[in-house]
Design a protein around this ligand. Structure first.
Ligand code: G2I
Length: 471
């Protein structure tokens, strides 16, 4: 069993990990006690504490504005070129590439110790004039050449590429968007991904889109089905970007964490890539907090990027959608994001975990390439803090299979005088008043599942100890 740790009401939550390995019901347990650290005082520092990045879009033309670059340098550790690496910017004439503005941003980022998200290799929009009227094989080849050339130019300098941007239609069809690229054949997206992988094998390759935040929307499902298909056929895709441009007509959905988790369960990272939320004050702050909370609840949500620095830098400045006002002052939304980051999250890397406040409505399909579990592996139980109140706190446990397992049993041991008042996502039994046993079925190697519970702590904030055994 793990040793309980006495560290609570902290803002930088860490988890303890119990490992029971090898054989059925073997009682080998290891505790990883991660030392407490100070809460982050900037977005990047706070996000880093959870293993995530916090980024912004940068416009090359603004970099010599000291207020702008000062905030960008202080707060963010992942940089996206807002426009400078798009098709029209990088290949203004066919086979004549111009990397000057893109390089300016990449160099600024690297000189300041930041990583870069590449945006975007193939898109129906922002095509250079010469490409807009092309079709058929010549367009397909021009697109693939563009992907190859640009990804090769930036090879080794890009954390993740938005390989294909916005290829699905809005509305209820769940289908691909009509475009000149789509008309070259439905396989244009996977062709772009294969070309990008060949050019820069070190970059994560993402599909990026908007209006894919709500799990119940047809567009979300359309993208989900494509990613599932890609994973099943070995098309090289590593991540899905959720642009997250919100406003009153398109608010942050309450099932956002479900969406992120279900995509992550396909075996891809998920990233929030262009976040902005129109509005002001506490309403805007709360929505920002919700987005951050959703990402933090999913281990494979590896980072968040806001689409600009100050409100005045935004593509929709009148909606004041960013974290800094036009003078560069921190807004209420900034504080809510920072505080939420500092409240901790499911650490990265790892697998997905449950959010105790919402039961997922979707039912992610298991990756068809995963062989059916036959047993014999071990399991790892990871604890992460959930919400806290004066009289109670929530805890989350993620069970991860190391090797195939046919069943698992987790034991949650409470401390006196704690009592569990609610359990979700699992079947529990109570061999003793403060001992809860939770069982689950087969998991393939690397797969995970999670459950949560509420502890009425009676003044004792000590985390419960968790162990896991598998057969
Ligand atoms: O529309 C918001 C974003 C949606 N997802 C994809 C992103 O790439 C997109 O970003 C926006 C930029 O924020 C705008 O700055 O994409 C627009 C279209 O590429 C950008 O607008 C362009 C204008 O269309 C150009 O006329 C202008 O020269 O910005 C350029 C630079 O200011």
């Amino acid at each position: 069993m793990t040793t309980p740790r006495h560290r609570h009401r902290r803002t930088d939550s860490r988890r303890m990990v119990a490992v029971v390995g090898g054989f059925a019901a073997a009682a080998i347990a290891v505790t990883l006690a991660i030392p407490a650290q100070a809460a982050g005082s900037t977005l990047q520092a706070a996000a880093k504490e959870t293993g995530r990045y916090f980024g912004t879009a940068i416009a090359a033309s603004r970099l010599n504005d000291g207020t702008y670059s000062g905030i960008a340098n202080r707060e963010f550790n992942m940089i996206t070129a807002e426009n400078e690496m798009k098709m029209d910017a990088t290949e203004p004439n066919q086979n004549q590439f111009n990397y000057s503005s893109g390089d300016q941003i990449v160099n600024w980022a690297r000189n300041n110790g930041k990583q870069v998200r590449g945006h975007a290799l193939a898109w129906h929009s922002q095509q250079p004039g010469w490409m807009q009227n092309m079709s058929g094989t010549s367009l397909r080849n021009a697109m693939l050449n563009h992907v190859t050339q640009v990804a090769t130019h930036y090879k080794g300098k890009i954390y993740a590429w938005d390989v294909v941007n916005e290829a699905f239609a809005d509305g209820s069809s769940g289908a691909r968007r009509d475009s000149n690229l789509q008309r070259t054949g439905n396989d244009w997206i996977e062709a772009a991904f294969r070309a990008a992988r060949a050019a820069d094998p070190g970059a994560k390759l993402c599909y990026n889109d908007y209006n894919t935040d709500n799990w119940s929307h047809a567009k979300t499902q359309g993208v989900y089905n494509m990613v599932r298909d890609f994973k099943s056929r070995g098309v090289p895709i590593d991540c899905v970007g959720f642009q997250a441009h919100f406003n009153s007509g398109n608010p942050v959905p309450s099932n956002y964490d479900t969406t992120l988790r279900n995509f992550a369960n396909l075996g891809v990272d998920v990233q929030i890539t262009e976040l902005d939320i129109e509005g002001s004050g506490s309403s805007q702050a709360q929505q920002y907090q919700g987005v951050v909370q959703a990402c933090l609840s999913v281990a494979r949500c590896t980072g968040i990027t806001v689409w600009g620095v100050r409100d005045s830098d935004s593509w929709r400045a009148s909606g004041t959608p960013l974290l800094f006002d036009g003078s560069g002052n921190k807004k209420q939304a900034y504080t809510s994001v920072l505080n939420q980051l500092n409240s901790g999250g499911t650490p990265v890397p790892g697998e997905t975990t449950g959010n105790p406040t919402q039961n997922p409505t979707g039912n992610p399909t298991s990756n068809p390439t995963t062989p059916p579990p036959t047993g014999g592996g071990s399991c790892t139980a990871s604890y992460s803090e959930g919400q806290k109140w004066n009289d109670r706190f929530n805890g989350n446990v993620t069970i991860r299979a190391n090797g195939n397992i046919s069943s698992w049993t987790a034991t949650v041991q409470l401390q006196n005088p704690q009592l569990i008042s609610a359990v979700w996502g699992a079947q529990a039994s109570w061999p003793a008043q403060r001992t809860m046993v939770v069982t689950g079925g087969a998991l393939g190697s690397g797969q995970s599942t999670s459950f949560g519970f509420t502890v009425n702590h009676g003044g004792n904030w000590t985390w419960p100890s968790i162990s896991c055994s598998a057969s």
